[in-house]
Unconditional design. Structure first.
Length: 74
């Protein structure tokens, strides 16, 4: 059976393996965000853009501090 012909009736949370409805966006058991269903019935893990953005801002702030503390002209 080709992959595009598979019809899933539910999906599994990739974090706790709870069975979820296909339209669920948050797992009812572990409360983590889940994406669309993949080929084998697992929900896709979503990307936590807020965490990546915070990490980039933190690294940038550290770089600016290091420049300010050690490399700027006094």
């Amino acid at each position: 059976m080709p992959a595009q012909d598979i019809k899933h009736t539910s999906k599994k949370c990739p974090y706790c393996s709870e069975h979820l409805p296909l339209d669920a966006r948050i797992c009812s058991s572990c409360k983590k965000k889940v994406g669309k269903v993949e080929l084998h019935g697992m929900a896709k893990k979503t990307i936590d853009w807020r965490a990546y953005t915070l990490a980039i801002i933190s690294w940038t702030a550290l770089g600016v501090y290091i420049w300010w503390a050690f490399f700027r002209e006094h």
